[in-house]
Design a protein around this ligand. Structure first.
Ligand SMILES: [Zn+2]
Length: 332
């Protein structure tokens, strides 16, 4: 199974016959555009990625929730590649607004079968609300056409994905949160884990998060996702989230240490690279734009930058984000 990461939580699974996307965001508008401007898929970029990464057998796009950084490019990819969108009513309204035909807008099944893929969507929780993300639980009740505004992409509830294929199981957990006992009985070979929030969470929050994710599914490999700055274009070298939101180097180190102590392989992938997950020792493929060496250097830089921060509860983290934004506003 080849998995290509396009940054944030956008993952392309390819079994050699069919391709399935989980989330779909490549446009990555800047923070000012995200907050105050109009959001529109970068069609030239999307077409370039479709060609360069040979996305020519895409059957389905599964959407974890309907914030812009998970769904905004799904209609474009669905139309270009003839794929169906699977998601919540909110996510389907994004597809509808983008002109995706009704017969290719599908609510989650239990499970959905796409060629050799069996995909189960499990109800999950978004990471805690922030000033950026304070619409949790709100739904999109009308089709969203582009250009759209940030407020149009409401969360509409969140899901995790359990992907079964050829006797192997992959779990995708996009957000730094959990529903207790939701992953009971789910074992996975590989866990894709959203880690944005990890660096500033206090030890108790972190322990509960790991207990409900890594410890439950007991994978041989954990691949962190949603750690890169999704306000920075994919064409630029990857960087961590803005510092006032997250200390990415520290998050990666915490996850790496946690996995290392349990004999679990922690693989940090860079955007636009692929991993071959058929064998327990996943390997970053060389065919992409960034070589493995460059990837390692970028990760090392991030880790070296990591500072020891005071640990905080999620409430304190959100208070800090609010304060940072107010300060930026008063300086502007
Ligand atoms: Zn979100």
């Amino acid at each position: 199974m080849k998995v290509t990461w396009f940054g944030t939580t956008t993952l392309l699974f390819d079994d050699g016959r069919d391709q399935v996307l989980f989330d779909c965001h490549v446009t990555r508008p800047s923070i000012p555009r995200y907050l105050f401007g109009q959001l529109r898929t970068d069609a030239a970029l999307a077409d370039r990625l479709i060609e360069r990464h040979h996305i020519d057998r895409l059957r389905a796009i599964f959407v974890s929730h309907a914030h812009h950084d998970h769904v905004m490019d799904a209609p474009f990819f669905a139309l270009r590649c003839g794929a169906a969108i699977y998601g919540s009513p909110s996510a389907l309204n994004v597809g509808r607004g983008g002109g995706v035909p009704e017969d290719r807008l599908r609510p989650f099944g239990d499970p959905d079968i796409i060629g050799g893929f069996e995909v189960t969507a499990l109800p999950s929780l978004h990471s805690k609300p922030t000033l950026f993300n304070n619409d949790l639980g709100q739904t999109i009740d009308r089709p969203v056409a582009q250009p759209a505004r940030k407020r149009n992409y409401k969360e509409g509830r969140s899901w995790d994905f359990v992907v079964r294929h050829s006797g192997r199981t992959y779990v995708i957990r996009p957000s730094f949160n959990y529903i207790e006992e939701q992953l009971d009985g789910v074992c996975a070979d590989v866990l894709f884990l959203g880690v944005s929030g990890l660096s500033k969470a206090d030890a108790a929050t972190r322990a509960r998060f790991f207990a409900e994710t890594v410890d439950k599914v007991r994978p041989h490999t954990v691949i962190p996702i949603h750690w890169d700055d999704f306000f920075s274009p994919l064409a630029k070298p990857v960087r961590g989230m803005p510092r006032f939101i997250e200390d990415t180097g520290r998050s990666l180190r915490i996850l790496g240490d946690y996995c290392g102590a349990r004999g679990i392989n922690c693989l940090v992938q860079l955007p636009l690279t692929s991993v071959e997950l058929s064998s327990p020792s996943a390997v970053v493929s060389q065919e992409n734009e960034m070589t493995r060496l460059e990837a390692q250097r970028a990760i090392d830089d991030l880790r070296a930058e990591a500072k020891t921060l005071p640990e905080m509860s999620l409430d304190e983290i959100n208070a800090e984000i609010s304060a940072a934004r107010l300060e930026r506003k008063s300086r502007a």
